[in-house]
Every structure is written in C-alpha cells, then in structure tokens.
Ligand binder design. Structure first.
Ligand code: NDP
Length: 293
C-alpha cells in the first residue's frame, strides 16, 4: 500500500483563500488593511526568490506589501534604524527580516529590535517565551504549517507519539510547544541523539527538520505513521542536475508511511501561507480586534 500524499499546495491555497476572505472583511468592517514589511539585506539568490514570492502572495491576499532591499554591507545601525521606523509605522503590522543575514550583522540583535507585536516570524524571545509558557504568541510559520498539515490527516493529535528531528529556534523548538498544545507526547532528537532510527521507529507522527538529504530511511518509519518532511535540500539527481529533496527518503518511505508530505509541494507551501495568517493576526491584535479563527 502506498502512503497518502499530503498535498501542501492545495492545503496552502485553501488557507490563503481563507486569509484573503478575512482581509476583505476587516477592510470592509474596520477600514484595516494589514501590511507586511519584508527586509532583505544583500543579494542571496534563494532569499531574493523567497522575498519576491512573499510579496506576491501578500498582495494576492489583499494586504499591503512593503519591500526594503539593503546592500550586503549595510551597517547594523542602519538596519536597526529601519526596523525602528517600521516599528513606528502604523501601516505596517508585520515585519520580517529575511534570514540568513550577511556576515557582520548580528541576527539576534536584529530580531530583538523588532516590536514583538509585529514579529510575524515569531522569533523574538518574547514570542518564543510566550509560546513556551502556553500563552498566545506569534508563532514561527513553518512549524504552524506542519501542525496544519498533520491535522489534515488526524482530526486530533492528542496522545500521539510525536518525534521531531532538529532543535532549531526556527523549526524544532517551536514545534515542541505546538505539539504539546495539541496534547501529543513529544520527543525531540538532534545531532547528539543516540539510536535515532529506533526513536523514529516509535513515532506515530514523525517530523524531520534536519537539512540532510534523504537521511530518514524507510526502516526508521513505523508502518502507518504520518511523516512531515520539513527539509529542503539540493541534491544531484540521476541526470546529474540538482533537484530538491527532503530529509526523508521519499520514494522508499511511501511504502511504509500512512501519510507523507512531498518535497517540493509539502511544508514549503505552508510557510508563506502561515506568514499571511500571522500578518492578519498581528494586524487584528494591534487594532484591538478579535483574532480570526
Ligand atoms: P538548522 O541547521 O538550524 O538545524 C538542524 C537541526 O538538525 C539541528 O538541531 C541539528 O542538531 C539537527 N541535526 C543535524 N544533523 C543531524 C543528524 N545527523 N541527526 C540528527 N539531527 C541532526 O536547520 P533548520 O531548522 O533551520 O532547517 C532544517 C531544514 O528545514 C533545512 O533543510 C531547511 O532548509 C528546512 N527548512 C524548510 C522550511 C520550509 O519552509 N519548508 C523553512 C525552514 C527550514 P544540533 O542542534 O545538535 O546541531
């Protein structure tokens, strides 16, 4: 039997459409146009593609998009001054600084400078701390997307044995909190974990956020498990050309898993859709409106 393929493309399109409806409603009822500012420092080609895509989708959802492109050698003081300006700008409800930043800029100092109420990437320590304490918070977009995808397979994640591989602030750590909020039993593995394959084999829900092409093999996966593959890796295909692959050996996993996200077409699609959700939520919260469901 082959696993059900969790189609991130369709699920993300549905989420974007719901955000667009809600934007229409807040514009009409409250005169509120949610605005997202994206700051790109330098000209990393992958980051340029991400930023362009974010701007396009923000506008398609009916929100205002503000792009700020700065040279790679921009002094940190100038970047912090721009963030201060965006913090004070009433038309901006979400601020995202595209990572990674060029050498010479301190990522944590830059994140700390963003007003937590506008921190749509959910990386500010205030938001990370609120999430860890089970309080409402702006939450990193990729983990949010993972939960939405898992819940298209399981109406409830309660009591499930969830294993996350990877403990980054961007993905693994916030996933722990989100899964605990769903009443899953959570194990987080990393590069120092012993007998990773055996731990994964216990998972009803396996989430891989490592950055190692096709590391998770079929015999690491419990029969019928749901597998969410966060990894985006470039790896040479049979024709010698680079192709995108996840952290899971997808073709062989199809024969064991109950459901699985493809790469591309899985989690990646959800990240930008969840960014739109966060921008809408931030705009509503700043305006004192009830958060959309
Ligand atoms: P990081 O490099 O920050 O973290 C990787 C994590 O994997 C670390 O916790 C590391 O452990 C762990 N790890 C590394 N090697 C192993 C190993 N051999 N066994 C077990 N654990 C290991 O990466 P990110 O969290 O930022 O990203 C992870 C992947 O997800 C990447 O492929 C990235 O491109 C992708 N990604 C995709 C997104 C999307 O939209 N789909 C968004 C964000 C990321 P340790 O902490 O011990 O070093």
């Amino acid at each position: 039997m082959s696993a059900k393929i969790i189609d991130g493309k369709i699920i993300a399109a549905d989420l974007r459409a719901r955000v667009a409806d809600e934007v229409t409603r807040v514009k009409r009822d409250h005169g509120l146009t949610p605005g997202l500012a994206v700051v790109l420092v330098g000209n990393d080609p992958a980051s340029e593609v991400y930023v362009r895509n974010k701007a396009k989708q923000t506008e398609a959802a009916g929100m205002a998009s503000f792009e700020h492109k700065l040279a790679a050698d921009t002094p940190q003081a100038d970047l912090l001054a721009l963030i201060a300006k965006l913090n004070a700008d009433a038309s901006v409800h979400g601020i995202l600084v595209q990572l990674p930043l060029p050498k010479g800029l301190d990522t944590q100092t830059v994140i700390n400078a963003i007003n937590p109420a506008k921190d749509v990437d959910g990386l500010h320590p205030i938001n990370a701390g609120r999430l860890a304490n089970g309080l409402p918070a702006l939450t990193p977009c990729t983990p949010l997307g993972c939960i939405i995808l898992a819940k298209t397979v399981h109406a409830s994640l309660e009591g499930m044995n969830a294993v996350i591989i990877g403990r980054s602030n961007l993905v693994g750590r916030p996933l722990v909190q989100l899964l605990l909020n769903e009443n899953a039993t959570v194990t987080i593995a990393h590069s120092r974990t012993r007998d990773l394959a055996a731990i994964c084999k216990n998972a009803d829900l396996l989430l891989a956020a490592v950055g190692k092409p096709e590391m998770v093999k079929a015999d690491w996966i419990k029969r019928g498990a749901t597998v969410i593959d966060v990894g985006i890796n470039r790896s040479p295909g049979a024709d010698g050309k680079n192709k995108l692959v996840g952290d899971v050996a997808y073709e062989e996993a199809l024969g064991v898993a109950g459901a699985i996200t493809p790469v591309p077409g899985g989690v990646g699609q959800m990240t930008v859709a969840c960014l739109l959700v966060n921008t809408l939520r931030a705009a509503c919260a700043i305006k004192g409106l009830k958060a959309p469901a």
